[in-house]
Design a protein around this ligand. Structure first.
Ligand code: ZN
Length: 98
């Protein structure tokens, strides 16, 4: 705690990635619900869509950029998807992940 140079743990990164991603999906779902209720593309729908896409894409970018093995830097994404949970061992170097 309190050391800014220490890299975030993978578990913490994954939690943040998921928060962004599912927040974005939730906003997109909300936009779809508002759209189907109001039957017209209102400013609210556009705002929800944009926020949802930005949030989901941020989650994916964060996942690509930060969700890496602390030892060898191998990506921990599974086939380009956000993993539901971290593997126990790094797929690159085989070291156990925290
Ligand atoms: Zn590794």
């Amino acid at each position: 705690m309190g050391d800014p140079n220490k890299p975030m743990s993978c578990q913490k990164t994954l939690r943040i990635v998921k928060a962004f991603f599912f927040c974005g999906l939730g906003l997109l779902l909300l936009a779809w619900a508002v759209l189907s209720l109001s039957q017209e593309v209102s400013a609210l729908v556009v705002v929800l869509l944009v926020l949802g896409i930005v949030s989901a894409v941020s989650g994916l970018i964060l996942c690509c950029a930060r969700l890496r093995c602390p030892c060898c830097g191998a990506s921990l994404m599974l086939g380009g998807r956000i993993p539901s949970r971290l593997p126990n061992f790094c797929p690159g170097c085989g070291k156990p992940l925290e």
